[in-house]
Design a protein around this ligand. Sequence first.
Ligand SMILES: *Cc1c(COP(=O)(O)O)cnc(C)c1O
Length: 843
Amino acid sequence: MTHMQHYTPRELPTALAGLAELALDLRWSWNHTSDKLWRTIDPELWETTGNPWLIMEIASHQRLQELATDRAFLAELQQQLANRQDSLSENTWFDALPNAADLKRVAYFSMEFGLSEALPIYSGGLGILAGDMLKTASDLGVPMVGVGLLYQQGYFRQVLDADGRQLAYFPYNNPAMLPVLPLRDANGEWLHVDLELPGRILRLRCWEVTVGRIRLLLLDANGMSNHPRDRGITGELYGGDNETRLQQELILGIGGWRMLEALGLPAQVCHLNEGHAAFAVLERAAGLMRTQNLDFDTALRATRAGNLFTTHTPVAPAFDRFPPALIQQYLAPFAERWGVDLKAILALGREHPDHADEPFNMAWLALRGSGAANGVSRLHGVVSRALFAPLFARWPLPDIPVGHVTNGVHMPSWDSAAADALWTQACGKARWNGEMAHIEQGIAALSDATLWDFRARQRQRLVDAVRRRHAHQAAGRGEDPARTDVLNALFDPNTLTLGFARRFTGYKRTNLLLAQPERLLRLLGDPQRPVQLVLAGKAHPRDLEGQEMLRQWAAFIARADLPPGRLVFVEDYDMSVAAELVQGVDVWINTPRRPFEASGTSGMKVLINGGINLSELDGWWAEAYAPEVGWALGDGAEHGADPSWDAAEADALYRLLETAVVPEFYARDETGLPRRWIARVRESMARLTPVYSTNRMLREYVEHYYLPRAQALDARLADQAAAAHELQQWAHRIRTHWPALRIGPRSDAPDTDGVAFDVQIYLDDLPPDDVAVQLYAEPPAPDAAPERHALLRGEPLPGAINAFHYHLRLDTTRPASDYTVRVVPNHPLASVPLEEASILWPA
Ligand SMILES: *Cc1c(COP(=O)(O)O)cnc(C)c1O
């Protein structure tokens, strides 16, 4: 295999060998101490790409020879290598956790990872979240390994033609030009993982990416030995048809789990970032079947305790679904290899397990294969409980077992150099690596003048970036790059700067600002208090509505009466564009239709940089908003796609800009400072930055999910999976006897401050401890929790077999009729109703 040579770093002069170590660690995407090395090698390439790996790979032989004898450079290189080693051996937040030893490894599966534009294997929010997750795991010392796909082309690159039509390009990702290395086995041979596709074996190559302390392992199908048709399976991200998508998900879930096993890296906790990776739960269970000689159900019962499913979907049609014939064709070879009945596997992806014509739903599989599930904001938790309710018939919504962990962003990846300096001065160097209690005081201590000066420098850098990008775009369209007069008139560093960048698609209402074009023109063109607006965003190549919205913006930009230099569309929204925008804008606008923005994260990226959010009360903003920290759109309710509501919200958006945002920005005191604006910046930075950081997010995952999952898994696996066997028997008893359970007569005895309840329950042949008898009362207010109280088993009912009185004396001001008796499954090791959804209410 001679081509393997091709995928190792280039031959470097011995004195520079350490460069490869630095270039391969994507820590450079958030820790900028080594920037000066790369700038020294090639200043121009550094400015345009910011990609150390690329700089190292394409620097001329002569330049490297020069540097190999440059004492200052060599000293700096040694210094950076020492820094890196120090950072790897520092004590971390995780090390200090009392029960850290219970969690040995989390495998984080995701279809996309957005770590840096230098590794373009992401499309948008889901991938950025995954990238930020790995970076934070490195900071906090959480033992995590990422699992994903190495796309040969990734997501499309965007160019707009002269008429505003979006052109989609797929430049080839040459692995040799990416900061990845092939994984090798103990003998130094290229590691591969085999996957059974219908009638053939697909051989997957394995790659690794270093992210500080963390490894990201990637699979791809483009090996020479595969059928030409198969080599493109991992070509595009979110391209191709349903079948390609299914193949990719099999590679991710099943191939990914096999890769971990082949490397001897079995994970205790398998975290599924969205349902795409759900096949991992099957391969994981199958592995335990083999090693412990279990049946499939018991193996899944044991292993699911270690799986966590994070759902990102706001509407049921967005769940990944596969037609029955297709899924059957593709899962049959696996079922055969695992020795599992194909029907049993297919049933896991259906709402009604015996409906053979129901599509296979990846979210159902993920939920049925996991020990816990969560949405990505408080509101999305509520939305998700409704989406998953069909799997829990007759359970009230608050009982549907989907919690929430609100997303965050990895602050060190999104702050500017100036923000980093300011925050270091205010809150110290280690501010994102542990407790964050001191942050509010640190920011409170900064003077108004300091903050305002900081904002001006942030805005100035954005103006420079916008001019540079605009010149580049114009040149790409063949326009004369020498029209510097136009460029210099483009944007102004003292003008209120609004930013709007996101995927162009219907629910994000990316054209809401265009609802009344004359009003937008007036805002931009105000001679006293002007506004400038920077836009960016791609529409998926199959999203025609999104592309139409792009065209509407292009038409607006082409208007002859548009005030010159105040509106720019930046092409090819990616992480580097996003970073420039979120660092420089004064106000970040977001206009989704509630509740379609599960969380949203781009608005969190402006917090650390002193930008302010103006957003619909959806996703994270629905819980973050307070009048002191930003502006809100909408009434906190859902209105569907009602055009009159859209129009009303557009009107409200203009009104906010005209009467609140613009006046506050331009209201200067005698020293030239906008005091109220600065106060808002300060509140937003101090209060929201810590909360919407991945530092807070990952710590929540560790404490509420990873540790409990790891402990539950170990409990189920102990003694040849004794607990899993016991739970199987319990579940079997529940299903056998449930239809014969009966709630008998109930008597309530109200007194002055409560009610004494008594109810007769007939348990058929179920051991009484297998169930819990509860009083349930609807929440007293929409935002409150429902009441659930366990009734205590009392004396047997005379003349009946296995039937009892259950009682409880409850202090309550509510009438007895608010309370309903219900019987639910109960086992100290089980998660109910996630694992057993039987429930009995009075007839
Ligand atoms: C942060 C980010 C996103 C996510 O943005 P939302 O619109 O908040 O979902 C998408 N794309 C890029 C390039 C980003 O940096």
